[in-house]
Write a protein that binds this ligand. Structure first.
Ligand SMILES: [Zn+2]
Length: 83
């Protein structure tokens, strides 16, 4: 995750990944571990984390703003920053 700074937010995000893995919804790869095979895993993780990051962030989840397009824009901003 790395972008958000709230500890509870981060914990909720990572716990959601754990739930996804245990429940079998998370796609894992033996040939390319760690690769984002299913971007919705991250979107759901961010949605869960944002519920624990104050009402403004929770409202973004409720309004559907934290979606695949939002995550792609986050990735593009980070790529630009890393370039
Ligand atoms: Zn994540």
């Amino acid at each position: 995750m790395g972008v958000q700074t709230n500890d509870l937010d981060n914990m909720a995000h990572e716990m959601r990944h754990g739930y996804g893995f245990i429940s079998g919804e998370k796609a894992m790869s033996k040939t390319n571990p760690g690769f984002l095979e299913d971007i919705t895993d991250e979107v759901v993780g961010y949605q869960t984390g944002y519920l624990f990051n104050g009402s403004a962030s929770a409202n973004k989840v409720a309004n559907g703003e934290i979606n695949v397009a939002w995550f792609n824009s986050l990735l593009n901003r980070n790529r630009a920053w890393l370039a």
